[in-house]
Ligand binder design. Structure first.
Ligand code: KIV
Ligand code: ZN
Length: 533
């Protein structure tokens, strides 16, 4: 059981406390990254996983941005258990009111309001220093009248003039903010500077001892984790981060990295978090799946190779003593360890047990469905490894309700000419088929699908990964499509790469259709911008 702070602690912890709050912004800063859009149900699922793993504050979205964001933040707030639920708002009353309305039902609601304070950002709304200072006072006071827990951020703090930064922070504290977040919006700072900035702010700004200082780093120079930890050394007691480091451009600080760094090197960084680290791997897989942003193989903590020891010297060392090359135990991040693969004789109980080890607790109906697909895979593949099971769980959702379904496909390809694909699909209950030629089997298949379901969706991403080693390995395919401002990612896994590609493409099309039907064409695209204060 992780230790969770009381409401009082998440708003008023002093800087010398050894507990660091984890503020997760996967659903806001992460989801904001182009192409990472998640469905409503996916956002609810991720929020629940974050809550269960012990995240102190979940930034659930930007309520004014769209109806979809508002609905997601409201429902996450209503369902929240122990986490504080936070919404983002620009420095205007309309944003703040909408945000307050969205987080209202949370047991612990927070409003996070921000404004760009650096010279470059001040120039956008064309405000003088005094005008901006007044706006900060008015908006923070307004937010504080609506909720007890208010976070304020001077966006681009690390490029804001020192005197002005101190001045606006003092104003925000006096106006009632309980957390001061220092964003390194463009990933510009470096560890020593990051520590020094927080330290000097706490020492200089009147009232700084009464609030929590937070750090929010972007990874443009690959220093987000180091900068966040340095900020904690300087006195910050809240780290803002995302699962897998998801986020705009090079992303945000990765939750799994800062949390594991604090755990493994607690001897030199004596601060603790409330995160149940054994839940890291599962949530990492889920975020990769729903965002469509695969985790790079050599990514720290959650990459496929993070605990793999391939070279002879390493393997020899590992066999003699695991600590030779391992600084943390795979079990500590939720990796099941070297467990035996399943096969076609494995039964339902073995599958349920394996799923549970991998972090999936599912009901009988879902187990029935997964078991059918597991058997199908085990018939084609001798050994079904953990990664195969994870891939199985990544796909196949929504299939029953999908308007477009793949029935069968046939391919002719080789060196003698263009590839040809004949695809048969069920469209809204009717069987339709089409044949198309293309530059290779995948191109021919996608063209045939477009003949059956004409659409103007633009292919933004087509990505294939082998799940395990061997020529009978499953391939997971991700396809991201964009149409009229809506973006949808489809995923599929199959031992046949072209079948997986067809299914992923159809999955993405189905999601685009649902998205349009639910919210109207283009209705959920974010028309707002940061300059619109
Ligand atoms: O990076 C940033 O500055 C932000 C703010 C909205 C806090 O995400
Ligand atoms: Zn950010």
């Amino acid at each position: 059981m992780h230790d969770r702070l009381s409401k009082k602690d998440t708003t008023m912890t002093s800087q010398d406390n050894d507990r660091v709050l984890i503020f997760d912004t996967t659903l806001r800063d992460g989801e904001q990254s182009p192409g990472a859009t998640m469905t409503h149900e996916e956002k609810l699922e991720i929020a629940e996983l974050l809550d269960d793993m012990g995240v102190d504050i979940i930034e659930a979205g930007f309520p004014i941005a769209s109806e979809g964001d508002f609905r997601a933040v409201s429902e996450i707030a209503e369902r929240s258990k122990a986490s504080t639920i936070c919404g983002l708002a620009r420095a205007n009353f309309k944003d703040i009111d909408r945000c307050a309305e969205a987080v209202r039902k949370a047991a612990r609601p927070r409003i996070h309001t921000f404004i760009g304070t650096s010279p470059l950002h001040r120039a956008i709304p064309n405000l003088t220093q005094d005008e901006m200072a007044q706006k900060i006072h008015d908006t923070v006071s307004h937010a504080r009248n609506l909720v007890d827990d208010v976070q304020w951020s001077p966006m681009d703090a690390t490029r804001t003039e020192w005197d002005y930064l101190c001045r606006v922070i003092e104003i925000a504290i006096k106006a009632g903010t309980t957390t001061i977040n220092i964003p390194d919006t463009v990933g510009y700072t470096a560890p020593m500077e990051s520590a020094d900035l927080i330290k000097r702010l706490i020492a200089t700004v009147p009232g700084a001892d009464d609030v929590i200082f937070a750090t929010h780093c972007h990874n443009d120079l690959g220093m987000a984790t180091a900068n966040s930890l340095a900020a904690v050394a300087g006195g910050a007691r809240q780290i803002e981060c995302t699962i897998n480091g998801l986020g705009e451009r090079a992303g945000n600080t990765a939750l799994e990295e800062v949390v594991m760094a604090l755990k493994v090197r607690n001897d030199i960084m004596p601060w603790s978090t409330g995160i149940d680290t054994r839940k890291i791997m599962h949530i990492s897989h889920r975020v990769a799946t729903v965002s469509g942003f695969a985790v790079q193989f050599n990514k720290a903590i959650v990459g496929k190779n993070a605990f793999a020891h391939e070279s002879g010297i390493h393997q020899d060392g590992m066999l003699k003593n695991k600590e030779t090359f391992e600084i943390m135990r795979p079990e500590d991040v939720g990796l099941a360890g070297t467990s035996l693969p399943l096969g076609k004789h494995s039964g339902r109980a073995a599958l349920r047990d394996k799923l549970s080890q991998l972090g999936y607790e599912i009901g009988d109906n879902q187990l029935k469905d997964v078991f059918v697909r597991f058997k199908d895979l085990a018939d084609r593949k001798k050994e079904v490894f953990d990664d195969d099971i994870i891939a199985l769980m990544r796909v196949g959702e929504d299939a029953e309700n999908d308007i477009l379904q793949l029935v069968s496909m046939k391919l002719t390809c080789g060196t003698g000419g263009p590839a040809e694909a004949t695809v048969e699909m069920e469209v809204d209950g009717k069987d339709v088929s089409a044949t198309s030629q293309g530059d290779g089997p995948v191109d021919a298949t996608f063209k045939a699908i477009r003949k059956i379901h004409p659409n103007t969706a633009r292919l933004q991403l087509y990505q294939v990964n082998a799940v395990t080693a061997g020529t009978d390995a499953q391939a997971t395919v991700s396809v991201r499509l964009e149409a009229d401002g809506n973006i949808a990612t489809g995923e599929s896994a199959n031992t046949d790469t072209v079948v997986a590609s067809a299914k992923a493409y159809i999955h993405a099309l189905n999601r685009l259709i649902v998205r349009r039907e639910k919210i109207g064409e283009g209705a959920d695209t974010r028309e707002i911008s940061y300059k619109d204060i």
